[in-house]
Design a protein around this ligand. Structure first.
Ligand code: 6GU
Length: 252
């Protein structure tokens, strides 16, 4: 999987993608990335890339030309490549979107700054508008890194066996159960006995029970959804929605 990031602050991206598990995945050629500095495509002698908004209002906007030229450089003007624009106006990112994006060979991320980007260039380049939640950030770099982290860990070979992407929170639509390691007693608190029993069936039941309870208390929205999806009706509805999404994608 190759990530191309159009940004005014490549050092923000590089710092994160060269570290920890993602850094290892880059070294091992499981993922690759390239930052493209939008400022390099400025035609202005001062290298400026922003200007005042028509109609007035606060702040500056990124101009269309440098963004478009950076995007053409990244994609070779190929409109088939998914180009993701990070914006609070987008669809909220979630695990199933991460799974869908992880099936692509290449993804382009466009990071905005200032008050945003001229609408016309977005219309030309962007295939997906994505937000990471209901709060305001100063730019698209952190949301891009959040998305890349969530997507990359689903790519083959990025996680090692002991870091398995399988049985974690949201995999089954539930929050994760509590976990314990040695010592068996710490500050007078004992590890739940069932976990020391060696009875794997009981352990699975206990974990599912804890997951359900936590989800019901902390994320009633997920809990209701879990109950709906795990009925036969829910499973059929999801199959239909998946087919609809695929149809829309193939015909857009
Ligand atoms: Cl994707 N961008 C910005 N600037 N702020 C955000 C966001 C994205 N998602 C939540 N807040």
């Amino acid at each position: 999987m190759k990530f191309k990031i159009l940004t005014l602050f490549p050092e923000m991206i590089e710092g994160v993608l060269n570290s920890s598990i993602l850094g290892r995945a880059v070294k091992n050629d499981r993922i690759a990335y390239e930052t493209i500095n939008i400022r390099d495509f400025s035609q202005d002698k001062h290298g400026s890339v922003d200007d005042y908004p028509y109609g007035g209002g606060a702040g500056m906007l990124m101009q269309p030309q440098p963004v478009f030229d950076a995007w053409k450089h990244a994609t070779g003007n190929d409109r088939q490549v998914r180009t993701i624009y990070l914006t609070p106006q987008g669809e909220t990112f979630n695990q199933s979107m991460a799974e869908e994006f992880a099936r692509e060979k290449e993804l382009v991320f466009l990071c905005g700054h200032y008050e945003g980007i001229d609408e016309r260039v977005l219309e030309e380049c962007v295939t997906d508008y994505v937000s990471i939640g209901d709060y305001v950030l100063t730019g698209g770099e952190l949301p891009t890194l959040v998305m890349i982290d969530a997507i990359a860990r689903l790519v083959d070979g990025v996680l090692h066996n002991d870091e398995s992407a399988q049985t974690e929170t949201f995999d089954n639509g539930l929050l994760e159960y509590p976990q314990y390691t040695r010592p068996a007693e710490w500050m007078g608190k004992e590890v739940p006995e069932v976990l020391l029993s060696g009875d794997h069936k009981k352990i699975e039941e206990w974990r599912l029970g804890m997951s359900l309870e936590r989800t019901k208390v902390n994320r009633p929205d997920l809990y209701v959804n879990y109950l709906a999806c795990n009925s036969e009706e829910g499973k059929e509805r999801r199959r239909k929605n998946r087919r609809k999404r695929e149809y829309r994608r193939n015909n857009s």
